[in-house]
Ligand binder design. Structure first.
Ligand code: FAD
Ligand code: MG
Length: 541
């Protein structure tokens, strides 16, 4: 039978490698591409993310238009909108991508129930991940592999992910047209940011949409040597332009297919004599995403500590004032504040920069729950992603997946290693821009005359550091040691028996900027730290 179909876009905002849309077109004689703006989301997502979504919709509408179709954008609850449209357009089928997040799996169930009630069909495929994560779980005996190493092993049994499907063309829409509506713009046009009551003053560094995603992918893939040799720990967190692909906003919204990305990487690897491997390679990065999606799909309360069986239960501090200082870039540590400023203004920060601020908020310095940090990221990141965000926050806070909790990032030395002159700090914290390089990472140490001639007096124009890093990190470390000892059974769930795979690449490379506080008495690190104690204790208050 040929259907009259609504294809519901949620993520998957693209026409390349869109197996659900392709199948819908092939089984239908009329197809309506629909996107529903669920406005209750507006309170959760920040304006930058909304701008990115609206731009992605504009791009999708433009690409559909070029093929003779249009995007129908509506506001409201997806279910109410579908119910109305099915009748209005005499629809017999609804198609949508399968998702793993609870918000979408609930919606999927509601759509299926609605379809049953109305006597119509549903059609759905997986295309937001490389694999159908249920296959991975099945191959692992019914539960998700909880370490990356085990995860890779399961994948090696499953074989390569499916190849992308062919691109949608004008012929597809000739055979299966989108019935035009003369009142399209008024009824189904894409609202502006202002229409949503939002404002973003900053310039557009990450224009949303498939067109930009494919352009960005193409640019990176041209540097075949860079792709083949990519090693995540060697990329730089404080370069003024992203030192990694910067594809995450596009991948998170499905403007770029991960399968397309993965297989394009495979063909470059096939041409090169030698290339990097997971966990540090570019394919390894996409596999981290797949790993977190797999674990998140069946772990109860994955984005919370309580009721989450893989997450250590920690009595984090309730300190709204400290949280606010972190969120608003007022910690007094330029390295942390510059990163939080880039996050707020631009919506993207490098992976190791995320490490720095996440460790600082949680187990490193402030001892505030990872859930609080995750919520701030969710609001401010262009690439905010349910599974990946929570998974990485658990990692950084050593609540799950990562167990080398003795390694705490120093908020002064971490950034200095790759940017000794502090160009990155000067860009994002212009108040510090005239500080001499010697003091830019710890401006509180600058003598008064240096502060005066830099035009920035610490305590007046820029805050004193909110904590003494050495003191609080040592205290936190002792707590963390106790927690890991007491909750060994939970910790064991996500620990590799052998070496931690991410550590393999990181160890040597990052040792430099990480303080090995544990057992420090016996090594040089401690001597180094001890030498710093005097200076560091000054700002303690
Ligand atoms: P590249 O290094 O070029 O990697 C390519 C792709 O691989 C990325 O686009 C992304 O899709 C995937 N990827 C890379 N690193 C990871 C990782 N560690 N885990 C899972 N997938 C990865 N990434 C998000 O996409 N959304 C989030 O909400 C998010 N929250 C994070 C929170 C914290 C505390 C931390 C430490 C990391 C978080 N990340 C998140 C992971 C990672 O930092 C970003 O995916 C990456 O920095 C994006 O930049 P890129 O596209 O240039 O990455
Ligand atoms: Mg338009």
């Amino acid at each position: 039978m040929t259907h009259r179909t609504i294809h519901l876009f949620r993520k998957g905002l693209r026409l390349h490698d869109n197996p659900t849309l392709l199948a819908a077109l092939e089984s239908s004689s009329a197809l309506y591409p629909v996107y529903v703006l669920e406005m209750e989301e507006a309170t959760r997502l920040g304006a930058l993310r909304w701008r990115f979504i609206l731009q992605s919709l504009e791009d999708l509408d433009g690409r559909l238009h070029a093929l003779g179709s249009r995007l129908y954008v509506l506001r409201g609850s997806t279910l109410a909108v579908l119910r109305e449209l099915v009748t209005r357009w005499a629809v017999t089928q609804i198609s949508y991508d399968t998702e793993v997040e609870p918000h979408y799996t609930r919606m999927d169930l509601e759509i299926r129930t609605l379809a049953q009630e109305l006597g119509i069909k549903t059609h759905t495929c997986v295309s937001h991940t490389l694999y159908d994560v249920r296959r991975i779980i099945k191959a692992n005996g019914g539960s998700p592999p909880l370490t990356y190493k085990k995860f890779l092993h399961v994948l090696s049994v499953l074989g390569e992910p499916e190849k992308p499907v062919r691109e949608i063309t004008a012929e597809d829409f000739l055979r299966c047209p989108t019935p035009p509506d003369p009142d399209h713009e008024r009824q189904f046009g894409i609202p502006s940011l202002e229409d949503l009551g939002l404002q973003v003053p900053s310039e557009v560094l990450w224009p949303g949409g498939e067109t930009h995603a494919l352009k960005r992918l193409q640019q990176h893939l041209q540097s075949e040597g860079w792709v083949a040799n990519f090693s995540k720990p060697r990329t730089v967190p404080n370069s003024l332009l992203p030192s990694t692909t910067g594809l995450s906003p596009y991948i998170s919204l499905g403007c770029l297919s991960v399968r397309t990305f993965y297989h394009r990487l495979s063909s470059i690897y096939a041409q090169s004599r030698n290339h990097s491997l997971p966990p540090v390679s570019l394919q390894g990065q996409v596999l981290w995403r797949e790993f977190f999606y797999t674990v998140a799909s069946t772990t109860p309360n994955f984005i919370r500590m309580q009721g989450n069986p893989i997450c250590l239960q920690i009595d984090w501090k309730h300190d709204p004032e400290a949280l606010e200082k972190w969120r608003t870039a007022q910690t007094g540590f330029p390295w942390i504040d510059a990163i939080m400023t880039q996050l707020r203004e631009e919506g993207w920060i490098h992976h190791l920069a995320r490490h720095a601020v996440a460790c600082f908020l949680t187990r490193g310095d402030l001892w505030i729950s990872w859930e609080e940090g995750m919520k701030v990221f969710e609001e401010q990141l262009l690439d905010a992603d349910y599974s990946v965000n929570a998974g990485n926050w658990m990692w950084l806070s050593a609540s799950a997946f990562f167990h080398k909790y003795t390694r705490i990032f120093c908020p002064v030395r971490f950034g200095r290693r790759t940017d000794p002159d502090g160009q990155y700090l000067r860009k994002y914290l212009p108040v510090l821009k005239n500080f001499p390089s010697q003091y830019i990472y710890e401006p509180w140490k600058a003598p008064e005359d240096v502060q005066l001639s830099a035009g920035c007096v610490i305590g007046k124009d820029y805050p004193h550091p909110m904590v003494c890093h050495l003191e609080v990190s040592q205290k936190n470390l002792a707590l963390m040691r106790q927690i890991h000892a007491e909750q060994q059974n939970t910790a064991q769930l996500t620990r590799d028996v052998s070496d931690d795979p991410m550590e393999a690449g990181l160890k040597r490379e990052l040792q430099e900027e990480e303080e090995l506080i544990e057992g420090a008495e016996s090594n040089d690190t401690f001597k180094r730290l001890n030498n710093e104690v005097d200076h560091q204790s000054r700002p303690c208050r």
